[in-house]
Structure formats: C-alpha cells, structure tokens
Write a protein of this length. Structure first.
Length: 477
C-alpha cells in the first residue's frame, strides 16, 4: 500500500496540471487587493476604470472610456477591451469589484500555461515540455498573470490559437480540421485584439505553411482564415482607435514610434534594453540556461527555426516601442515563452534528474522571491483608498476634480470621479486652474505622501488629513 501511495505521489508531481493548479491557488493570496502594487498600478487602473464605466455609464464595447480626460467624455482609443469587458460582464452578475480582473487573468493565464505545455509536448519530449512550462510559470508570468492587465491574458489566447492551428494542419479528416480552424480563428481574434504585440507569435505557424508535407489547398484555407481573423485587429488598431482619438479629442493609447526613432532609443539605452531580457524576463538562473540553450542548438533545427523567426519578429516590437520597451517590464512578456523553451531544451542535456529538479527549484525560488512584493500593498499606497469616501462628504460624484498625481491616473480611479491629473507646477499656475474652472473644475486634490507631494495653494480648504488636502473652487476664502 505504501509503495502504491508513493508511486501516485511521484506521478502527481510529474503532472504539469498539479503545478499549474497549485500555483493558481497560491496566487489567490491577496487576489482581492486593490490595484495599488508598485509595479504598474497606473496600467491596471486604466483597465479597471474602463470596466467600471462599462458597468456604470455605457456598456458599448466599441467606446471604452477613461476617467482622466477632464471635461471630455473620456472615450478614447486603446487596446480592444476584452479583459475590461469581461470584468463588466462578471460585474453584471455580482456587482462591480476591481479584483475580478485579477481572477479572470489568472484563470486565462493558467489555461495558457497548460496549452503551452500541450503545444511543446507535441514536438519535443515530455521533459522539455514540463520544464519549459515550469520556467514560464516562474518567469515574469508569475506576477503579471494576476495583474489587471491584458499581457499574459493576450499571450495565453495566442498560445491557444497556435495549438489549434497546428492541430488543423495535422488533423486527418475535414471535420477535425474545421473544428480546429474555428478555435484557431477565435483565439487569434481574442488574443490579437487584446494586445496587438502578442500576435507576433503567430509567425511560428509559417513553419507549417512552408512544410511540403501538407497539401496546398489546406495551406490556402489557413492563410485566408488567418487574414480574415487578423482583419478585425487591423481595423480596430489602425482605423477605429485613430477615429476615437480624433472624434472624441483625447489621446491615451501608445501606438509606437517610427523605426528610426525606436532603434535610436534602443541603442541609446542598450543596457536597460538588455536588462529586460536577462533580468525582467526570467531572472538570472533561467537566463543562464537560455544562453546555454542558444549555444547548444547547432543541430536542433526545430529550436533554431523557432528561436530565429520569433526573435527577428520580436525585434519589430522592440524597435517600434523604443524607449517604452526599455522602461516597461511587460513588453518582454510575449517573448518569454520562447526563452522558456530554449532554456528547458538546455536542461534536457543534463542526464541526472535530481540536478534538473534542483535547478528548477532554484529557478522557482528566485522567481517567487523577486516578485513577492506584488502580492502585498504598502501602507503608503493604501492612503488613497478612502479618497472617494472623503470626496463624497463634500462633493457630488459628477463634480470634476484635478489631482497632483503627475501622469498617474491611479488616484482618479480611487476618487471615483472624472477630471484631470497633472503636476504641482501646473496646479500652482493660476491661469491653468482658471482655464480648468471654465471647463467645470470644482475641486483640487493635493496628495501629500503617495503619487504626489504637498503644496500650499490659495483656495479654500474643505477637507484635510495627513494624506491629502482638498480645495474647493466654489467657496470664497
């Protein structure tokens, strides 16, 4: 009996589903936390405010709106709001909560890991599929898969689409081909609309299009389906987004730079760019094995093809983003699955399984400890959680406000108001405030500790505590 129990326990540990489920559960810790962790709270709150506006104002998915467009509607061009709208749909059932976004992303990203394993397992030995999935799990994916951001969410759908795309080519009968082609198309649409750069991964399917083993007519059907699927994405990003910006008068979404400018910025800040690969992506231990994997793939054509076409395609994103790539951690996410595969392939050359297990354990420990800060909210950031409550004591929910949070819209989300975010220098400019007053500005919020620094201005104080001071433009001193 003990031998049977031991056998089953060992088999469970070899099952990737066990580890995906286990760390799904572990990452539920703090899942209801407000989006106030240090890394990209601003990016998360731009997602949540759009979701909340779908819930409270207008649920037309074609017109996402943010809260920091001042007197304007807030409707603006951005990523197609799949994640935002998912939060809204859940809110229709249970009432609005920002943390639904964390949970939705965690669910989808966990399925993404499983499909990544299934995809790698089709073309490599199971050990490589298992190890690459573990490496991906503890990469930058570990924290970002529970953030209210569309990055791992989008990549997960693209991985699913690649899996079904390969199934289409390999299916032996028409019914299975149609079934897999439909899922391929669906996931391409969702993944690429959610985050355009993730679509670069589809380049891997070129290997199947140029494979002489598959019939030409099936390749033509696949290419046409792919073009039709990506057409939705092209329409959204290159027609609808510019239309929303022009028509509603508020620019928010970053659509990249010219290649000349982007390349110049990348090489000007090359150290920070490289940092995204050797630190942000997988940390140091896994990156060492990624480099070793590059060195030892001389005769492994599958790895060479995947790495080469993926990296060259990803460079388009790097150069198009320029400075933004170098200084934002989430831009590297679409390339991390490829890095994880290459690193896992190098591990497969180690014949001692105990050593491999120790290396994977070290990768896991390094990944978790370097990302554990994302699972808690510092007391300093929690100060703005009562901002809405305090504003409700002195103002109406439709009163426009300005906050001294610089470029950060995070406090505006927690104020649950519309208005402007700007710097202290602007707020001290009487002409600037007078202009905003003509546009409907009613209150000025001066943050003292987090997202802003205290300044004194010559307006009546209507609320004051150790964290922020609220001034009214409606009252005389």
């Amino acid at each position: 009996m003990n031998n049977i129990k031991s056998y089953f326990s060992i088999e469970i540990l070899k099952d990737i589903r066990f580890w995906i489920v286990l760390f799904f559960i572990i990452r539920l810790a703090g899942i209801t936390n407000p989006p106030l962790e240090i890394a990209h709270n601003w990016r998360q709150t731009t997602v949540t405010m759009v979701a909340r506006n779908f819930y409270e104002l207008n649920n037309n998915i074609l017109y996402p709106r943010v809260d920091f467009a001042g007197e304007k509607t807030g409707i603006t061009g951005m990523e197609f709001p799949v994640l935002n709208y998912s939060i809204y749909l859940v809110s229709e059932l249970f009432g609005y909560q920002h943390w639904y976004g964390r949970l939705i992303n965690l669910f989808v990203s966990s399925f993404g890991l499983f499909f990544f394993f299934k995809l790698i397992n089709k073309y490599f030995i199971k050990q490589i599929a298992f190890n690459s999935t573990i490496i991906l799990l503890f990469s930058v994916w570990f924290a970002y898969s529970r953030k209210i951001m569309p990055d791992t969410f989008s990549v997960s759908f693209i991985i699913m689409s690649i899996y079904y795309g390969t199934n289409y080519f390999e299916a032996k009968n028409i019914r299975k081909k149609i079934y897999n082609l439909l899922f391929y198309s669906l996931f391409v649409v969702i993944g690429s609309l959610s985050k355009l750069p993730s679509a670069y991964m589809l380049i891997i399917l070129v290997l199947f299009i140029f494979n002489k083993e598959f019939l030409l007519r099936y390749k033509i059907v696949f290419i046409v389906t792919s073009l039709l699927s990506i057409l939705y994405t092209l329409y959204w990003y290159f027609y609808w987004v510019p239309y929303l910006v022009e028509h509603f008068g508020f620019w928010h979404f970053f659509m990249g730079k010219s290649f000349a400018q982007g390349i110049s910025e990348i090489f000007t800040d090359i150290n920070q760019t490289l940092y995204r690969f050797y630190d942000t992506a997988m940390k140091y231990i896994a990156f060492i094995f990624f480099i070793l994997g590059i060195i030892i793939i001389k005769k492994q054509k599958k790895i060479i093809y995947i790495l080469s076409i993926s990296f060259l395609s990803f460079l388009v994103i790097v150069f198009k983003a320029g400075f933004t790539f170098s200084h934002h951690t989430y831009y590297i996410i679409p390339f991390v699955p490829v890095m994880a595969l290459v690193a896992a392939n190098s591990l497969s050359f180690i014949k001692n399984n105990k050593i491999v297990v120790l290396i994977l354990f070290a990768i896991a420990v390094e990944g978790v400890f370097n990302q554990q800060h994302d699972f808690r909210i510092h007391k300093k950031e929690q100060a703005i959680l009562n901002l809405e409550i305090d504003l409700n004591k002195i103002s109406k929910s439709n009163d426009l406000i300005v906050i001294n949070s610089g470029d950060y819209p995070t406090p505006m989300y927690f104020a649950h108001r519309k208005g402007w975010v700007t710097y202290n220098e602007k707020i001290k400019d009487v002409k600037y405030i007078t202009d905003l007053k003509t546009k409907g500005l009613k209150y000025i919020v001066i943050l003292k500790k987090t997202f802003g620094e205290e300044i004194k201005i010559n307006y009546p104080v209507v609320f004051n505590n150790e964290d922020y001071c609220i001034y009214s433009l409606n009252k005389n001193k």
